[in-house]
Design a protein around this ligand. Structure first.
Ligand code: ACO
Length: 279
């Protein structure tokens, strides 16, 4: 699982962010990540995801909310399709190099995919609330990135598409579990195996969007959500997200035991705080 933030490690430089097709702006408790390769419709490469993982590892400890969006009127056209050519993307490893002639080691490739998945995994961290602000297409890896966030706030022009099966691939960037958790196995099969576009209104009806707003209102809606999240107690929010995240995999007995443990932790902290205040 993703590591906790470590403010002592240097975050990616502007040059590294630029080469990864990413923008990053951290202001107080809010980090805003922008997928920024407009000339490629914000298509992402391996470096995008290893750099995303680096952003997660180096986020300042103050940050509570992370907003992920795309530059312009599209979230992301998914993986840069040049990643699947033998030449690959300039300066980056090709995913398919050596597979045709058997010279590539499958275990090595699985290890590389695990590195890429780290770019998506950390968005589930309980100490953060992560928000995908989606305009236009979120295709393949773009859809999976949005699925990695806690909340999806969509413009009314947003469109999700799990394109991978249409390209002979499986979705492997951590998106299958949240998709199934949200819409169920059968709807997930239908969405993936038809690779159809799911529009904003349908996404909201399916639970894939918490909110849909006119495109021009998206920034304001995201700011409202950020403000609402920041108004809650940080430690309680962290403990609550941890509880909610484990709920789908727990039995009722396991979950209520986890609730009790978490509450004792909260009450202990609150009581200690009150005692310190009286002292
Ligand atoms: N990888 C590399 N380049 C891309 C990608 C991509 N995924 N998507 C778009 N581009 C490039 C196009 O090649 C084009 O380049 P050019 O100007 O040099 O010809 C430029 O971005 C603009 O693309 P258009 O197709 O002209 O833009 P349009 O707005 O008409 O369509 C759309 C946008 C719908 C996103 C379309 O580009 C598209 O379907 N892209 C491919 C989506 C895809 O299959 N992604 C992979 C999914 S699987 C996965 O993510 C694991």
């Amino acid at each position: 699982m993703a590591q906790a933030s470590n403010a002592s490690v240097a975050p990616p430089t502007d040059d590294e962010l630029g080469r990864a097709g990413l923008g990053l702006a951290v202001e107080g408790q809010v980090a805003r990540i922008t997928i920024s390769r407009p000339e490629r419709r914000n298509a992402m490469t391996g470096r995008t995801w290893t750099t995303l993982a680096e952003i997660g590892r180096t986020l300042p400890a103050d940050v509570r909310v992370v907003v992920v969006s795309g530059e312009g009127d599209i979230f992301s056209a998914g993986i840069d399709l040049n990643m699947f050519t033998p030449e690959g993307v300039d300066g980056e490893r090709s995913i398919v190099a050596g597979l045709a002639d058997g010279s590539a080691d499958p275990a090595d490739l699985e290890g590389y995919i695990a590195e890429l998945q780290e770019g998506f995994l950390w968005l589930r961290r309980p100490d953060l609330v992560t928000i995908a602000a989606v305009r236009g297409h979120a295709i393949g890896a773009g859809f999976q990135l949005a699925l990695s966030c806690d909340l999806r706030i969509l413009a009314d022009d947003a469109k999700f598409c799990m394109k991978e099966p249409a390209l002979g691939l499986v979705p492997d960037l951590t998106g299958t579990k949240p998709l199934v958790d949200i819409v169920g196995v059968h709807r997930a099969v239908e969405i993936c195996l038809t690779a159809r576009r799911v529009g904003a209104e349908e996404a909201r009806d399916l639970g894939l969007a918490e909110l849909v707003v006119p495109a021009e209102e998206l920034p304001g809606a995201v700011d409202d959500a950020v403000a609402a999240v920041l108004a809650t107690d940080r430690d309680a929010a962290t403990a609550t997200k941890a509880l909610l995240r484990q709920a789908p995999d727990n039995t009722l007995e396991e979950q209520i035991a986890a609730e009790r443990r978490a509450q004792v932790g909260r009450l202990t902290a609150l009581a200690a705080g009150m005692a310190a205040g009286q002292g």
